[in-house]
Design a protein around this ligand. Structure first.
Ligand SMILES: [Zn+2]
Length: 699
């Protein structure tokens, strides 16, 4: 590991933040970001830093202050205001307390902030307050943990870092750890840092660069040691499969997603759902396919901070029966159930309450297919995957240099409960499609894009399936800009091609883990009277709108069934189904076919808890960003059929409905969310989204 400090970077930081904050503060933010930039030091909100300074109050008094990273904030993109100022003199008086639980500790922080609207500072704030140093840097560096997570961790730290550091036994973060660290400092005032066993590294200095570079030097020494010891070592391969991991992942992901769903007490949404991050890089495959995997996977987390994301351990499936889907499902089911029993045992053994915590694994390791990490959303799943990946690499290295030894499970449990409590404090209200996966064909068109946007705002992750790569990318960007990175993905799909449809769905399940809502929507239109209809034109419309709906629904339904969590199909039919117009025979017939397929599917799928409903929207013209492809093709013809100019069409459609409204794509999106969230026990129904057109009333 190399120092990332550059004088140029430091100067730029001072230029950037030096106006509002002084140089010391700007450099604090700068080196915090340098630590955050190294995934081998901290991951996703891990680690923390501080600065001590003087704060002038409004009444003109200068008081001692400590600025500590806000809880859960990422060091990589830390902003100055995310360093939370507190009254240092007061915090130091807390040393005299025997105990301070989390709630009381947070209360002490809140009442001693220098700015009332600041974030809650890190759980390790007192450690920063108690130590005397101006700058303090703290990480959970992989290499340090690889060395401390050994039966002879202390001796190894001494061997590698000598007397440069003091060693602190594991103590729970908070007041206890802060006191232990201060005691240790008082008996070793000359050290450059402290290694916290099973936890990480703390360094300090009078200036930003010294504290940061000491950190890097110490971690670098640990990395070199680990590398040296691991040279020439490799895992024992013991599992081989001819199929590509990607194919196995597509087969198994929906099954796993169904099995790990947790029951809820809501009859209308009887299961929680999760979103997948699947990974199968060389490191991961070497691990899951190795003879050592089972033991190492069960050996516990690198540090207590990680358990909220990964749980105590992943679920490792020994010898998955890839040759037989039924046997594989039974094997996975049994393994998930056993995991849950073990987990309940672990909670009750530490006198915890099971109902407060989800019991399913967050990480599943499958020989042949890789690592399956689950979270409430893609972002959570990726965080879990990053931590799990770093963990298994560190476990392998620790195994090569000695014997990987995790924190005792009572400490892990303690951290898990505390993090769960903290997380609950910050959790937002459940949205109607939270953690649902919605797949939309024609997703890049005017209606499809609006449906994607509205569903994502309702909490869903959306797969935008379409044929035009550029338009898909633009919709994905639009959804992600509103709902966050990873909430949308693009799938290139030709709905008339069986191969393309099944390959597209395979992509969706590798990206998100499964499917909950299928929205067949891709369609074209053709303007011609029946008398003049070219058979090729008719066939083309039927091929996309009717055969396309069939294939898109068929493949989606197969996944819904494998997943076994119920689900929804929302068929985009048309106002034309009940209220056809002249010169629009091909479109009307094809939409009637899709509508009828929906009704039959409702009958067939009810036993599996899958609801199928239809939406009859009237003309939707889209907007500048996503104009309607269909209307740009058929607009002139439809205008002609109605003796209108092209630009008169939107007003014509507005005036013909009872409410005199313009029907927009987002209205259709709202209808999809209504059906997909099981708001009413409805299947086989048609909902008009047309402003009220009497001749198209459902009957
Ligand atoms: Zn820590």
């Amino acid at each position: 590991m190399k120092s990332r400090w550059t004088d140029k970077g430091a100067r730029e930081a001072v230029d950037r933040w030096g106006n509002r904050y002084d140089e010391a503060f700007a450099l604090r933010v700068y080196t915090a970001r340098l630590i955050g930039a190294d995934a081998a030091l901290v991951l996703h909100g891990g680690g923390n830093v501080s600065l001590k300074a003087t704060h002038r109050t409004r009444s003109g008094d200068d008081i001692d202050a400590v600025y500590v990273k806000g809880s859960g904030r990422d060091l990589a993109d830390l902003e100055p205001e995310e360093l939370v100022g507190l009254d240092l003199t007061y915090l130091r008086r807390l040393r005299s307390l025997e105990l301070l639980d989390d709630e009381a500790m947070v209360d002490e922080f809140r009442t001693h902030l220098l700015c009332a609207s600041a974030l809650i500072p890190s759980i390790e704030t007192l450690l920063h307050a108690f130590l005397p140093h101006r700058y303090i840097d703290h990480s959970h560096a992989d290499a340090v943990l690889t060395i401390t997570n050994q039966p002879d961790g202390v001796a190894r730290v001494r061997e590698v870092l000598g007397e440069r550091v003091a060693v602190v036994e594991y103590v729970r973060p908070g007041l206890e750890l802060a006191k232990a660290v201060l005691d240790c400092h008082e008996s070793n005032p000359k050290v450059e840092g402290m290694v916290l066993l099973h936890h990480g590294l703390v360094t300090f200095g009078d200036d930003a660069r010294t504290s940061y570079e000491r950190h890097i030097e110490l971690v670098d020494a640990c990395e070199r040691y680990v590398e040296e010891k691991c040279r020439g070592r490799s895992l024992t391969p013991c599992f081989e499969r001819a199929e590509r991991p990607a194919d196995l992942a597509a087969r198994v992901a929906p099954v796993l997603r169904g099995l790990i769903a947790e029951p809820t007490d809501d009859e209308d949404q009887p299961h929680t759902r999760s979103i997948l991050e699947w990974r199968a890089g060389d490191n991961i495959l070497a691990f899951v396919n190795s003879g050592e995997a089972k033991t190492l996977a069960g050996s516990g987390p690198l540090t207590g901070d990680h358990v909220i994301h990964t749980k105590l351990k992943p679920l490792f499936i020994e010898n998955p029966d890839w040759g037989n889907d039924t046997a594989l499902r039974a094997q996975l089911k049994e393994a998930v159930e056993a995991y849950r029993r073990d987990y309940i045992g672990y909670i009750t053994a530490h006198s915890g309450q099971v109902e407060k915590l989800a019991t399913s694994p967050r990480v599943v390791l499958l020989p042949g297919a890789g690592m399956f990490c689950w979270g409430r959303g893609k972002r959570d799943a990726r965080i879990t995957a990053d931590i799990a990946e770093h963990t298994l690499i560190a476990q392998v290295r620790a195994h090569f240099i000695g014997a990987y030894t995790a924190l005792p499970s009572n400490h892990v449990y303690d951290m898990e409960c505390r993090s769960a409590q903290r997380r609950k404090l910050g959790s937002r209200a459940q949205r109607p499609l939270e953690s649902h996966v919605v797949v939309i064909s024609g997703g890049a068109g005017a209606i499809g894009a609006a449906v994607a946007e509205v569903c994502a705002e309702a909490g869903a992750h959306v797969a935008v399936a379409d044929i035009d790569e550029e338009r898909i990318a633009s919709v994905v960007r639009r959804v992600e800009a509103r709902s966050g990175p990873g909430t949308a993905c693009g799938i290139v799909m030709d709905v008339t091609d069986e191969q393309s449809v099944s390959a597209g769905y395979a992509d969706v399940v590798r990206i998100y883990g499964g499917v909950d809502v299928v929205v067949p929507n891709a369609g074209i239109a053709h303007v011609a009277s029946i008398e003049d209809m070219g058979v090729d034109d008719f066939r083309r419309v039927m091929e996309i709108n009717a055969v396309g709906y069939l294939l898109f629904m068929r493949e989606g339904i197969r996944i819904l069934k494998r997943q076994a969590l119920g689900g929804n199909v929302v068929v985009m039919a048309s106002k034309n189904v009940f209220g056809p117009g002249k010169d629009f025979g091909a479109y009307s017939a094809s939409k009637a076919a899709g509508h009828q397929l929906g009704k039959v599917a409702a009958i067939e799928l009810a036993p599996a808890g899958i609801r199928v409903n239809m939406i009859n929207a009237d003309a939707i013209f889209g907007d500048e960003e996503t104009p309607s492809g269909l209307w740009s093709t058929v607009g002139p013809g439809r205008a002609k059929s109605r003796n209108l100019d092209l630009e008169q069409l939107p007003e014509y459609y507005r005036q013909r409905n009872l409410l005199k409204v313009r029907v927009r794509g987002r209205h259709v999106g709202n209808a999809v969310v209504f059906f997909a969230s099981n708001a009413t026990p409805t299947t086989g129904a048609t909902l008009p989204v047309d402003g009220g057109v009497v001749e198209a009333f459902p009957r």
